[in-house]
Design a protein around this ligand. Structure first.
Ligand code: PEP
Ligand code: MN
Length: 258
């Protein structure tokens, strides 16, 4: 069902007036994790001032170590929703447990399924049963074919509003956190009718590579870019090394608009 052979036209997903898949470029920006009302509000203010319409932030954080900050859970979703309503933004946030999907839809405009859950088939099926767009990230070591099949799990349950997100894959290369598979973008665009984004934060893991990676993503035909922004990355509770502060984010957007 996700194949372009089946449906030659792009799927266009309207989220708060941003039409993903329309050939324009869209941005999903926000902190790695929701930490507090003030932290999210500062980022939302910057996102709004850039004329953007979507705000990301993790409330349920799938961390590598169980001793690292796990996110604020439902309280995090409540903070995000409150801030997003105040600034007129739509919320993108990750859900990790199929049982949380039903209550999360009251707080979230786009359900993010993270890399670690790309093949959590029960979660994919649950996301397929709700009337909310899904941002599906590529698995840590997933082939493009496995990625497409994960999207197929969602659409096969009735929900075709899926945005694919390349976020880097595990290779032998250690210079970046993951290896950004940039040609996945045109391959996914050719093989499916779904919008394709690139997450430059988790793919590179390096603040100095966010801008060149975003330029590459847009140049190769991505429908948009995701990146993380924090008012003070040095004290961030997760992904401290790779989030942009607000000044850097403003420069990043200005460069991309050029
Ligand atoms: C995220 O976007 O918050 C995240 C955890 O990314 P990924 O699932 O791609 O690692
Ligand atoms: Mn992160």
């Amino acid at each position: 069902l996700v194949s372009r052979k089946k449906k030659p036209d792009n799927t266009i997903i309207d989220i708060n007036g941003e039409k993903f898949g329309d050939g324009e470029q869209h941005f999903i920006m926000g902190p790695c994790a929701v930490e507090s009302y003030d932290q999210v509000a500062k980022v939302a203010d910057a996102v709004k001032k850039q004329g953007l319409k979507l705000l990301r932030g993790g409330a349920f954080k799938p961390r590598t170590s169980p001793y690292d900050f796990q996110g604020l859970g439902l309280e995090g979703l409540q903070i995000l929703k409150k801030v997003a309503d105040e600034f007129g933004l739509a919320v993108v946030s990750e859900i990790v447990n199929p049982a949380d999907i039903e209550k999360a839809v009251d707080y979230i405009d786009v359900i993010q399924i993270g890399a670690r859950n790309m093949q959590n088939f029960e979660l994919l099926k649950a996301a397929g049963e709700v009337d909310k767009p899904v941002l599906l990230k590529r698995g840590l070591s997933a082939t493009i074919s496995e990625f497409i099949n994960a999207a197929e799990y969602i659409i096969s349950k009735g929900n075709g509003n899926i945005i694919l997100c390349e976020r880097g894959i595990r290779t032998y290369e250690k210079a970046t956190r993951n290896t950004l598979d940039i040609t996945a973008v045109p391959i996914l665009k050719q093989e499916t009718h779904l919008p394709v984004m690139v997450d430059v934060t988790h793919s590179t893991g390096r603040r100095d590579l966010l801008l060149p990676a975003a330029k590459a993503a847009l140049a190769i035909g991505a429908d948009g870019v995701m990146a993380e922004v924090h008012p003070d990355p040095a004290v961030a509770l997760s992904d401290s090394a790779q989030q942009m502060d607000i000044e850097t984010f403003n420069r990043f957007m200005a460069e991309l608009k050029k």
